[in-house]
Design a protein around this ligand. Structure first.
Ligand code: COA
Length: 95
């Protein structure tokens, strides 16, 4: 789990998280997003964003469950050998 600082003045902090397949489905992803929200609040961050692929149902579910809402849907460039363009949900939560 990580909190990525804004890369440009107009962008926001972003939460990233990753669970090894061997540990999936045990509530770890959900717990990490909860910890990230608490850490962001503690740091005084006002707006937190997250990006997930549209088809990543578990990740989208976790974000919704933790109070994030979809801000927009965007297409991002991805290497052709990894499937080409990806449709991504941009999520946001006001803290
Ligand atoms: C997405 C990811 C973080 C999930 O982690 P996890 O520890 O398995 O997730 P949890 O066990 O905390 O929770 C999974 C939730 O998704 C739900 N879920 C799983 N598959 C689902 C599906 N196909 N449709 C809807 N919900 C689904 C589960 O029921 C569970 O919800 P619940 O607790 O309300 O029952 C993990 O698979 C991962 O690291 N993926 C690759 C990296 C990634 O996608 N990162 C996110 C973007 S930065």
């Amino acid at each position: 789990m990580g909190l990525k600082p804004p890369s440009k003045p107009e962008s926001e902090w972003q939460v990233t998280y990753n669970v090894h397949d061997d540990y999936a489905g045990r509530g770890i992803g959900n717990a990490m997003v909860g910890v990230a929200i608490n850490l962001a609040r503690w740091l005084g961050i006002k707006t937190l964003t997250a990006h997930t692929e549209k088809g990543n149902f578990a990740s989208n579910h976790i974000l919704r469950k933790n109070g994030f809402v979809i801000q927009s849907e965007i297409m991002i460039e991805w290497p052709e050998h990894r499937g080409g363009q990806k449709e991504v949900h941009e999520w946001v939560i006001e803290l």
